[in-house]
Design a protein around this ligand. Structure first.
Ligand code: GAP
Length: 491
């Protein structure tokens, strides 16, 4: 499966659209459609439930996107959050200096009377043997020498556009946890180790965004700052190092729990030369995206860098009083930092499958039920029979009190099943003639409906009033085998 296959499915089925598409699109910004927003909300909710709500050592915050400009001075983003970039003097396109040779390049070949060729990245022209020296896009312009370009979006607070009112859109959610450290510590009476989590938007003026929602200029992050006492040891190791490995393992397990296959995940240790300015050690959890192995999330040991910097720049003490040792310490921080959009792309890619069923191609998204944007689709077998339609609507209304449930009668049943498979709906419920019988023929209905399992396509005949209980079990992680053992298979 290619990225194009996913992009096309996402647009066709209402997961992700190009932002402002009718105006030609906004550079590397995307809108989540009706199914995309459900999927994204489910993803964020599961992350929050598993890493915040269910843990006694975690709390959350929801901070402003616009923060005091000094935050970015103290954090180092104003000075260090830069990429070297080069500009084409002819077409004016801008590239990351280290990306230029990873792009296919345009070449006007003198050996073939100036014919234009697009040559694969890093390769020479097969006619004249030349290598790229000019702009890879237009093939004509010289590139400027590399210049540092800050990735933060700049704006102005208030009515006057002057240096004193400059503000930045946050490039990471993390800093809010550091500047609120004292507030959270005091208000919640926390003891080390503890973590503060936040999910929200971040903005980076990426020079070369791309690959759909993998790298965009506006995106969402789910970040945790986990504070530990650097003087303590756990299982004979310094606490920060122990917790770093523990968080890496917990994050990998979380992605696997909701569907990412083990063989599509791997760890990558940052080399000394690529560590961020604040990091003692960083490990990326990489996923095998359709574009190849790339970072899904990072887990960094930020040491006491941020708290010390904010203490220095704000003049406030950001320490923790260690009752046992009767001393103030500056906690170390382990930071599991995930991107919502990137995680969503990984879950989409891993769920995607094409298979042949009775000689026809079936596209199915095998989402974990808790991630699936729609949990149940209720489908009437005959839309001309008023009582069938009414019963189907009634079932939808009852189930929709607890889950996202849709009703669809706009095609024949086979087609309706395929549509739901393609968006990953784990179960369909079909109301048919047998459910209600035929009063004109004096036939009584059995009051049962057919539940169809997306993955195995098995079907079971279940009484209508048992549906809420059955779905409570299935959508809460219960096995289909339990339904199959309790209710007869449907033909
Ligand atoms: N606070 C640390 C931090 O922000 P990062 O590695 O720059 O670390 C964390 O970002 C995660 O945020 C990445 O692993 C990725 O999932 C996501 N992310 C970063 N930049 C992104 C972008 N331009 N578009 C989409 N997701 C992005």
């Amino acid at each position: 499966m290619t990225m194009d296959t996913l992009v096309s499915l996402c647009k066709r089925r209402g997961f992700v659209f190009q932002s402002s598409e009718i105006y030609g699109g906004t550079g590397s910004c995307y809108d989540y459609g009706p199914l995309g927003v459900e999927l994204k909300n489910n993803l964020k909710r599961l992350w929050w439930r598993d890493f915040v709500q269910s843990r006694p050592d975690m709390v959350g915050i929801d901070a402003s996107i616009l923060m005091h400009p000094m935050v970015w001075k103290a954090s180092g983003h104003l000075d260090n959050f830069t990429d070297p970039m080069v500009d084409c003097r002819e077409c004016k396109l801008r590239f990351r200096a280290d990306d230029v040779d990873t792009l296919p390049w345009t070449h006007y070949c003198a050996a073939t009377k100036g014919n234009r060729f697009t040559i694969p990245a890093g390769e020479p022209c097969s006619h004249c043997g030349a290598r790229r020296t000019l702009c890879p896009n237009c093939g004509k312009g010289e590139l400027t020498a590399p210049r540092q370009f800050n990735l933060m979006f700049k704006t102005f607070m208030g009515p006057v556009e002057e240096e004193a009112s400059v503000a930045y859109l946050r490039p990471e959610t993390a800093q809010a946890m550091f500047v609120n450290f004292e507030n959270v510590l005091q208000s919640m009476r926390l003891k080390l180790p503890f973590g503060i989590a936040q999910a929200g938007r971040s903005f980076r003026n990426e020079i070369t965004p791309g690959n759909f929602i993998f790298r965009t200029r506006e995106f969402e992050q789910m970040e945790i700052e986990y504070f530990v006492n650097p003087r303590e040891t756990v299982e004979g190791r310094p606490a920060d190092e122990y917790w770093h490995d523990r968080w890496i393992a917990d994050c990998v397990a979380w992605f696997q729990r909701y569907g990412l296959r083990e063989e599509n995940l791997r760890l990558r240790e940052h080399g000394r030369d690529e560590l961020s300015h604040y990091s003692k050690r960083t490990v990326d959890i990489e996923y095998r995206f359709p574009i190849g192995w790339s970072e899904l999330m990072g887990v960094a040991n930020r040491t006491d860098f941020d708290l010390k910097q904010h203490a220095k720049f704000s003049g406030k003490s950001l320490t923790y009083f260690d009752e046992e040792r009767k001393e103030h310490v500056v906690p170390y921080v382990v930071e599991p930092a995930a991107g919502v959009d990137r995680a969503l792309l990984a879950f989409l890619a891993d769920a995607y499958a094409e298979e042949e069923v009775r000689g026809e191609k079936r596209v199915v998204l095998r989402f974990h039920p808790e991630l699936a944007p729609v949990k149940v689709a209720v489908l009437p077998l005959l839309k001309k029979r008023e009582e069938i339609v009414k019963t189907a609507h009634g079932i939808r209304d009852t189930l929709a009190k607890q889950w996202r449930v849709v009703y669809d009668d706009t095609a024949a049943i086979g087609r309706l099943y395929r549509r739901q498979d393609e968006v990953g709906t784990p179960y369909c419920v079909t109301v048919d003639v047998q459910t209600l019988g035929d009063s004109e023929k004096g036939e009584a209905g059995d009051g049962k409906v057919t539940i169809r399992n997306r993955d195995s396509m098995e079907q079971a005949r279940v009484p209508i009033d048992a549906l809420p209980g059955v779905f409570h079990d299935l959508l809460g992680g219960g096995a289909w085998a339990r339904v199959a053992s309790r209710y007869p298979a449907a033909k």
